[in-house]
Structure formats: structure tokens, C-alpha cells
Design a binder for this molecule. Structure first.
Ligand SMILES: [Zn+2]
Length: 250
């Protein structure tokens, strides 16, 4: 057979894989703007004006234009969560089961694990009987399929303003069984992969969904982080270098 010159970028491969896995679990794909208002990126997600969490995410603010006086100041979204807010506003009658992949922006120094532009995917599932156990089942299935092996998932308590309780999600190391010297997990057997939690009642209230009636979970994960782990890429900047020696390996 004739050799093909078509190569799919590793980030595109990861996004395609993730979309396919979540389609099978009944999630719908949702898109949204990269240029956002402060309301959708922070306020609606229970990040108070003076809260340190807002400083945690160094933001690319967009200069207001003279043509649009009084318009709320805008920013390049720092996470994919604003898409959830838009979707919930337009669909106030759960169940809601969506996946929101897309580009995000943070004003931070670039190094092997940080880029000013990166990609995330965000999941949101709201229904009458959704719990952290449901979240664990969904994530277990996702990581099993993504790494094509049996992956364990564990939750560690953490804080994000838009969830309560919040958790950092670790997965069992896909390279070793906690062997000392493993470069992926540093011999611990676990790798931190994403943040998640139960959607904060204030977030649902802000939108007009009754938190006494509906419950849900949300999670957010970096596409680049998954691609680096799966394909053994040790520098995030390679993905955006345009260097064909990377892409041609896929
Ligand atoms: Zn390991």
C-alpha cells in the first residue's frame, strides 16, 4: 500500500479520542466564545470579586474600546467553564450532560509544562441522582479507554470556588506499578490529572436551576497534559512549535 503523508497532530488525536469516549457515554458536545465577559469567566462561577482565586488565574484582559462604552470588560477565557454557564442559561431544564472542549488562555511564564494558550475539556452532568460515585464511574471509564488499560482513579479533597466539595483527581500510573524511579509518577504510583467536584449550589442558583431539585458534577482537564502523558512528550511547547518532526511521528 502507498505510504500516506497525512499525519494527525497529537492534540487533535487526544481531542478526538476524548470526544468519542464521552459520546459513547451520552454526553453532547458544546462550543462557546474564547473572548468572554468577566461575568461568565468568574462571577457566574462563584469567584468573588476580591477572592484570591481570581488572582490565581493571571488573565489576559482585553482593552475596552471607545466604540462600546459601558460594555463589561472582557478577557480571554482562563478555563472552559464559561461554556457550561452559557449552556445552562439556555437549557434550564436538566438533565444536562455536556462536554466542552476548547482553547484557554493564561498570562503566565512559558516553560516545559506551561503555555499561555492551551486546551481543556470540561464535563458537566446534572440530573436528580448524580453523585461523586457517578463521577468516579465516568472518569474510570474515560481513563480506561483513553490509556487502553485498567486505570484506577482516586479523589483528594481540594478547593475550587465553583464546586463543593472539590477534588483533585489522580489516576494510577499507566507506566509502572509505583516502582521507584518511574519518571511519570516519581515512584508514587499516582499521577495528578484534573480538578473536579459537585457543582456549587450558588452556581446553579445564579443560573436559575434549583439546587434542591438538581445535583451535578463538573470536571476540567488539560488536553496537553493528557497528550504529554500518553505520547511521552516532555515539553508542552513542542505541540505549538510547528516542528513537523513531532507531528510526523503520529
Ligand atoms: Zn509510575
Amino acid at each position: 500500500m502507498k505510504e500516506t503523508n497525512i499525519h494527525v497532530h497529537p492534540l487533535t488525536r487526544v481531542i478526538d479520542d476524548i470526544n468519542r469516549i464521552f459520546f459513547k457515554m451520552g454526553f453532547t458536545l458544546v462550543d462557546g466564545p474564547e473572548l468572554e465577559t468577566e461575568y461568565y469567566n468568574f462571577d457566574a462561577l462563584n469567584v468573588p470579586k476580591d477572592h484570591p482565586a481570581r488572582d490565581m488565574q493571571d488573565t489576559f484582559w482585553v482593552k475596552p474600546t471607545k466604540d462600546l462604552p459601558g460594555v463589561e470588560r472582557r478577557l480571554m477565557r482562563t478555563h472552559t467553564s464559561p461554556m457550561q454557564v452559557h449552556y445552562m442559561e439556555e437549557n434550564k431544564n436538566p438533565p444536562i450532560k455536556i462536554l466542552c472542549p476548547g482553547k484557554t488562555y493564561r498570562k503566565e511564564a512559558t516553560d516545559a509544562t506551561h503555555e499561555t494558550q492551551f486546551q481543556q475539556f470540561e464535563g458537566l452532568y446534572i440530573d436528580k441522582e448524580v453523585s461523586l460515585a457517578t463521577l468516579k464511574t465516568v472518569l474510570n471509564k474515560m481513563f480506561d479507554e483513553f490509556f487502553e488499560k485498567d486505570i484506577d482513579v482516586r479523589f483528594r479533597p481540594s478547593y475550587f470556588p465553583f464546586v463543593e466539595p472539590g477534588a483533585e483527581i489522580d489516576i494510577s500510573c499507566f507506566k509502572c506499578k509505583g516502582e521507584a524511579g518511574c519518571p511519570v509518577c516519581k515512584g508514587t504510583g499516582w499521577v495528578e490529572v484534573m480538578g473536579a467536584g459537585v457543582v456549587h449550589p450558588k452556581v446553579l442558583n445564579n443560573i436559575g436551576i434549583n439546587p434542591n431539585e438538581w445535583k451535578g458534577f463538573a470536571f476540567g482537564c488539560s488536553v496537553e497534559r493528557l497528550a504529554m502523558m500518553k505520547y511521552g512528550v516532555d515539553d508542552i511547547r513542542l505541540f505549538y512549535s510547528g516542528d513537523l518532526r513531532l507531528v510526523n511521528q503520529f
